[in-house]
Every structure is written in structure tokens, then in C-alpha cells.
Design a protein around this ligand. Structure first.
Ligand code: MOS
Length: 746
């Protein structure tokens, strides 16, 4: 019998105190003895080669230990296979200091290692490099002629290419009474989590390394380091107990990890490499892209034809892809479709997944196109969505494991006051402000990955749960503790969750909004196995009062096993351990998605965002005055941490729609606002009233916990809802994100 007092409770973050008091240690906070500091030198050209290196001035500086470049770096085992990490796209992984070729501006070209950070940084400025420049390309829009289908690889499993066409798009589009043909453009966005990319490598001797790294996946980076440097897996330990945000930037190993490990092995010393904020703009980013959409409906507003083509940046050396063009067909029934996806290789570093990669990109274009259709048809934008509501997944005809999107629409619209909207653009005002209401739909996948859990009943009668998963700020630590506590009938304080360590049992990197289902379900499996073991032990105990009890008449509660109907008849966990000769009792279990059963279903999360903007009549400045997002994502384990995931995503939605943009100077091939002063993100003054609603969604099919995931779904609908609200306020469609307010000036 399951009693779940913790699941569904809004617990505070268990590690909150450590985080706000500064005692939580991040990758660059480990003050190991005799630490050396590495500072990266980045290329100042965009493409070409290094023709001369002079490190003499840097090396001559007292305190400098070594300067590594492609000319003197140690020989490496470089994994000759295509994939050096679990998230590598098809192509050839970027190898820092491998050769003299420059593939993107800001490419790491040297590492200065010194006794002090400041010395390393200063010495880096003394490294002289001469280059031979070659012509380069950095714009998707200007290089559409280079667009081609992406190569396939292991990443294709999670990011399939668009499906084959259905029906006859051209004919249906031609014949339709209502149609919209629109283009959308998104600029680059760079990952800027609070914690900078940092690695502290501890050289343990005997070829062993302990690595404190900023990553979303301890095991992924362990594999990478072992593969690349030819080490034994068990000799490489990667730890990331605290991660100061990551959002996808830490899915793949970043170059500071490689450089820190290389220097540590070469010098047989402990080495830390931290990137500065400027250097964060030399790696992980969301790709620029151009999308072309042609949607058509019949007289009643039912979609009859859809074409969605995406042209997306990748690098010259890897084919990074996202799922963009096929989302409309997972949301709306459409008989005649044509979906395309092409990569445009540019001389920039490989793009990286960034919160709701592809989904938020696509849904901006799709939901703004739907808004335009609603105006053409003269029907309410929400009504248009309801007329095209899919009861089964239109792309596969499979039923959903659950889908409470209708409830999301209803609850968010009610709370927002959508019925007060006058559809006429520019008709609603407040003093000197034009007021606009906009709405949009969000969709995201509900992933679950295999995860292995070690569950131990300790000598003290506490439950220890071990798994390599990270908590990148999402609340994973707290949520997993809640799940484990309820499963074994223990109070929260008697559960110890050990995580963020590659030595612990397998976990994928924390990504794809998948950890609550992946790790959580595995905990349920492991706890069940442990309970079974405990029951066996209880039966074996000589003086057991529960020896004859039937399993179904027993309950695990408050650290004891008791008769359901007579709780005074019980055995404490400590007594069970004592009877086990004082030895801890362990089980290990793999949790996996029920692939066979789930093949018959579509698994998705949904959301709806309703947004109010104010646009200054004279200055055209845009303020998101309030927003409501309703989410359907199965069971919510912790409403507080889940709420934070959604409201944080909504802030990002404001950011994506109105602020965030890495501006490239195409003559230089570099980002010209590579700092947080000029790369705009919302401040408190930009964030007003945000409301989060979780629509009830009971999902008995998806997994043992009925959970989906909330890490990304809160972002997906926001940019489109904001863009639609800006149109409603001003009558102007700006299909380029971020929306620059000056584009609204007459
Ligand atoms: Mo997320 S972009 O799957 O880390």
C-alpha cells in the first residue's frame, strides 16, 4: 500500500541554504593544493590558418609554467570514431589545438598555464599569433544556396528528419480559400548560465583523474575524457554536484574540459580552466534560422495544407540539427503536408541545444501563422485552435497517453480574461499605451531514458539513493528525494540522495525535460526491489511478528514495516539491518521506458500562453505587462520547483521574443556584443505579472509515476504569444526575433 505524503508537496529546495549562503561548491570552487590556472587564447580571425606562433614573451613571464598550442601539445589518443560524446552530431568533433586551422572566430588556439590566474590571463595577452585569413560565411539568410539535408548519425534517433510529404500540398494550398505565406527569421542566442564553463582537474597520479566540471552529464564527460585521452574509464571520475544553470550548454563537453585535462596530464599537476563571460560567446549557442511557412484552411478554419521549411545554421565540421519543421503536424490535423529541414554550414562554432531546441523555434513560426489565419478568417485565435484540436496525434494517428491541452486553453484564457479582448488591432489602449493580447500553443516531447539506481538501507536505517544524474538547478535533488522517501515510507530527512558523480550508477545527461521521469521511475523500481528484499529479510527473522503476514497487508511507513490494519504490529528498519548482521541492505535496478507498450501511443507535453503587452504610442517600447501559461505535463511531483521551471521559462520567452540576440558583424565574422552589457536579457524591471497553471493530467500509461517533464514546455508558446500580442497592439507583424521596437516606428 502506497502512502505518498511528499509527492505533490511544494517542498523548498533541499540545497537552497547551501546555494544562497555560498557554501555550495561549483566546478571552479575546489581549492585543491598546488593548483595551476589555465587561461585560453582565442583566435581573432574567423577562418584560415595560424602561420606563426610566438609564445616566448608569455613563457618568459615569472609564474608561467607552460603555453600549449597546436605546435607543442602532447600527442593524444583522439577517438577516431565519429562520436566522442553521447550528444555529438554527425561530423567531426572539434579538437582544440589539434592543428593550425581556424574554423570559427574565438576558436581556442592556445592555453597559458601559470601559478596564478592573473598571471595566466596577462601572459595570454603576450602570445603572438600570425594568421593567414580565408573568406568566410556567417549568415544563413545570405547563404541559402549552400543549404543541404543534414547527414544522419546517432543524434538522428532523438532528432529525426522531417517525415515524408502527405497528400498533395501544392494542389490543396492552391485550392484553399484562406491561406498565409510567411517567413520567420531568428538570430543567434548564446548560452549564458550564471556559472561559467569551468573545470578543475585533480591529477591523482597513477593515471587517475578527479574532475570537477560544469556539465549536465557526469558520465558523458567521463566517456569523453577517457576516449580522447586514452584513459581507462574507471580512472576518470567526473563530479558536478552543483551546476549553476546549463539549459543545454552542458550537454556536450566544452573545450575548457579538454584543455584542463590535457594540461593536467601533460604537467602532472592540478589544473583549473575557467572561461570568462566573453569566452562564453565562443561556444554554445542557439542557431540562426530562416523558416518558410504556407498554411491554408477551408471556409470553416480547418487546416487543409501546410508547408514548413527550415534553413538552420550548422558549423563547417558537424551537422547539428533540431526538430523544427514537423511540429505543426503533431498539434493540428492537416491532410496535405510538406516538411523540409536543411542545414546551412557556416564558419561559426557548432550550435548547441538550448532550452526547447527546435520546439520554441518552430512554434513561434507556426503559432504566428495561425494568428494570421485567424485574422484572415475573422475568427478568434483561440477558437481557431479549438477547431483544429487533435484528439489523436495527427502525425501518427496514435492516441496520446494523455493530453489536457483543452484544459490549458480554458484555464489560462479564463484567468487571463481573454474574452475581454477586442480583436481589432490597435483598438485597446491604456493612457499613452497601446494594449495587445496574444496567445499561442506549446508542445514538447515527453522523453524517458534508462537510468540505473542503487538503493541502500544503511546501518542507521536511512535510505541512500545513488545515481550519476546532475541537478542543473531544476530541483532534481529535491524531487528525487521526495519520490524515494514516499516509496520507502521514510521522512525526507532520512533519505540521502547521492548524485552528480560519474562513479555512481548510469544516468544520461540532464536534458530533454526527462530527468523526473528517467531518474524518478528508476528510483521507484529500485525502491520496490529494496522493499521486496526487506520483506524477505523480515520473513527470515526468528522473532518476526510479521512472519506470517501477507505482503498486501503490510505498509512501509515512518521507517518501519507494519500491518496496515494494526500498525502497532511492526518492525523498524533498524531492526531489519541489525538482523542482517548490522550490514546495509542494497539493491540495484535499471528503470526504463515501456517502449513496447508506448509504441502504440504519442507522448507529449502541452501548454498555452496568454500575454498582454503595452506598446508606448510614441516610443514604441514594448512591455510584457502580464502573462499566463498553463501546462499539461502529467503528475507534478513538486509544485514549487515545477512552478520555477515554468516561470523561469516564461522569462526566457520574454527574452527570446524581445531581447536576446548575438549580433554578428558579417565583415568580421564575429559576435560584436559578446558580453552581458550588450547581450540583453530581462532584468526585474522587464518582468511583471507571471502566472503559472498546472492543468490536471492523469497519465496512467506513460510511466509508473505518471510524470512527463516541465523543464522546457514553459518556454515554447511564449515568443509567439508575445509576437501576436505586439500585432494586436500595433497592427504590425514583425516575424523576426527578437522584435526590435524601432521596427514599430512609422
Ligand atoms: Mo536541454 S536543451 O535538453 O538541456
Amino acid at each position: 500500500m502506497a502512502i505518498k505524503p511528499n509527492i505533490g508537496q511544494p517542498l523548498n529546495r533541499l540545497e537552497g541554504r547551501q546555494k544562497v549562503t555560498g557554501s555550495a561548491k561549483y566546478a571552479a570552487d575546489y581549492h585543491v593544493p598546488q593548483l595551476l590556472y589555465g587561461y585560453v587564447v582565442n583566435s581573432t580571425i574567423t577562418k584560415g590558418k595560424i602561420v606563426r606562433v610566438d609564445t616566448s614573451a608569455a613563457k618568459a613571464l615569472p609564474g608561467v609554467v607552460e603555453v600549449l598550442t597546436h605546435e607543442n601539445r602532447p600527442g593524444l589518443a583522439w577517438f577516431d570514431l565519429q562520436y566522442a560524446d553521447m550528444d555529438a552530431p554527425p561530423g567531426t568533433v572539434f579538437k582544440p589545438l589539434h592543428d593550425n586551422k581556424i574554423r570559427f572566430n574565438g576558436q581556442p588556439v592556445a592555453l597559458v598555464v601559470a601559478e596564478e590566474f592573473e598571471i595566466a590571463r596577462y601572459a595570454a595577452s603576450l602570445v603572438q599569433l600570425d594568421y593567414e585569413e580565408e573568406p568566410f560565411v556567417t549568415s544563413v539568410e545570405a547563404n541559402l544556396s549552400k543549404a543541404r539535408p543534414a547527414k544522419k548519425g546517432i543524434a538522428t534517433a532523438l532528432k529525426p528528419p522531417p517525415p515524408a510529404p502527405t497528400g498533395n500540398f501544392e494542389k490543396a494550398y492552391e485550392a484553399a480559400p484562406f491561406k498565409v505565406d510567411a517567413e520567420y527569421y531568428h538570430g543567434n542566442e548564446h548560452h549564458n548560465p550564471m556559472e561559467l564553463f569551468a573545470t578543475t582537474t585533480v591529477y591523482e597520479g597513477n593515471g587517475k583523474l578527479t574532475i570537477y566540471d560544469k556539465t549536465q552529464g557526469t558520465i558523458n564527460n567521463q566517456l569523453f575524457v577517457a576516449n580522447v585521452f586514452g584513459l581507462r574509464y574507471k580512472d576518470v571520475r567526473v563530479l558536478a554536484p552543483y551546476v549553476g544553470g546549463a539549459f543545454g550548454s552542458g550537454l556536450r563537453p566544452q573545450y575548457q574540459l579538454f584543455l584542463s585535462v590535457m594540461a593536467a596530464l601533460h604537467l602532472k599537476r592540478n589544473v583549473r580552466v575557467v572561461l570568462d563571460r566573453h569566452q562564453m560567446f565562443t561556444l554554445a549557442h542557439r542557431p540562426q534560422n530562416l523558416q518558410q511557412l504556407q498554411f491554408a484552411t477551408d471556409e470553416n478554419g480547418k487546416l487543409t495544407a501546410a508547408r514548413h521549411a527550415a534553413f538552420v545554421e550548422t558549423s563547417s565540421y558537424e551537422d547539428y540539427t533540431e526538430v523544427i519543421s514537423s511540429w505543426s503536424h503533431r498539434l493540428y490535423p492537416i491532410s496535405n503536408t510538406r516538411f523540409e529541414y536543411k542545414v546551412v554550414p557556416l564558419d561559426l562554432s557548432t550550435p548547441t541545444d538550448m532550452r526547447a531546441p527546435g520546439g520554441v523555434t518552430a512554434m513561434h513560426a507556426i503559432e504566428c501563422t495561425m494568428d494570421q489565419l485567424a485574422y484572415k478568417l475573422g475568427i478568434d485565435p483561440l477558437e481557431l485552435r479549438l477547431r483544429n484540436y487533435a484528439e489523436v496525434d495527427p502525425s501518427t494517428e496514435k492516441p496520446f497517453t494523455s493530453k489536457a491541452l483543452r484544459e490549458c486553453y480554458r484555464q489560462a484564457a479564463d484567468s487571463f480574461g481573454w474574452s475581454n479582448r477586442n480583436p481589432e488591432p490597435g483598438s485597446m489602449t491604456r493612457g499613452n499605451k497601446l494594449v495587445g493580447y496574444g496567445m499561442a500553443t506549446g508542445v514538447w516531447d515527453a522523453y524517458q531514458f534508462p537510468s540505473r539506481i542503487e538503493a541502500i538501507l544503511t546501518k542507521e536505517g536511512k535510505l541512500m539513493i545513488n545515481n550519476a544524474v546532475t541537478d542543473i538547478g531544476t530541483g532534481t535533488f529535491t524531487v528525487m528525494t521526495q519520490i524515494a522517501a514516499d516509496e520507502l515510507g521514510l521522512p525526507i530527512e532520512d533519505v540521502i540522495f547521492g548524485y552528480g558523480d560519474s562513479k555512481k550508477p548510469f544516468s544520461m545527461f540532464q536534458g530533454g525535460s526527462s530527468m523526473t521521469s528517467s531518474t524518478g521511475v528508476a528510483i521507484v523500481m529500485a525502491a520496490k526491489a529494496l522493499k521486496k528484499k526487506l520483506l524477505e529479510k523480515v520473513k527470515e527473522m526468528s522473532d518476526s511478528p510479521l512472519a506470517d503476514a501477507d505482503e498486501k497487508d503490510l505498509v512501509f511507513r515512518n521507517g518501519r514495516i507494519a500491518l496496515v490494519n494494526e500498525p502497532s504490529v511492526h518492525i523498524n528498519f533498524q531492526e531489519i539491518v541489525a538482523a542482517n548482521k548490522g550490514q546495509a541492505i542494497k539493491t540495484t535496478k535499471m528503470g526504463k521506458p515501456h517502449l513496447l507498450k508506448l509504441r502504440k501511443y504519442s507522448k507529449m507535453t502541452h501548454s498555452a500562453s496568454f500575454v498582454e503587452v503595452e506598446v508606448d504610442k510614441d516610443l514604441k517600447t514594448i512591455t510584457v505587462t502580464r502573462a499566463v501559461t498553463a501546462v499539461a505535463a502529467g503528475k507534478i511531483i513538486n509544485p514549487r520547483t515545477a512552478h520555477s521551471q515554468i516561470s523561469g521559462s516564461m522569462v526566457w520567452g520574454i527574452s527570446k521574443a524581445l531581447q536576446e540576440e548575438s549580433v554578428i558583424d558579417e565583415n568580421l565574422g564575429k559576435y560584436v556584443n559578446a558580453n552581458l552589457a550588450e547581450y540583453h536579457i530581462p532584468t526585474h524591471a522587464d518582468v511583471h505579472q507571471l502566472e503559472v497553471i498546472f492543468a490536471e493530467e492523469r497519465d496512467e500509461l506513460i510511466n509508473e509515476l505518471g510524470v512527463k517533464g516541465v523543464g522546457e514546455i514553459g518556454l515554447v508558446a511564449m515568443p509567439a504569444a508575445i509576437a501576436n500580442a505586439v500585432f494586436h497592439a500595433t497592427g504590425k507583424r514583425i516575424n523576426k526575433l527578437p522584435i526590435h521596437f524601432d521596427e514599430l516606428l512609422e
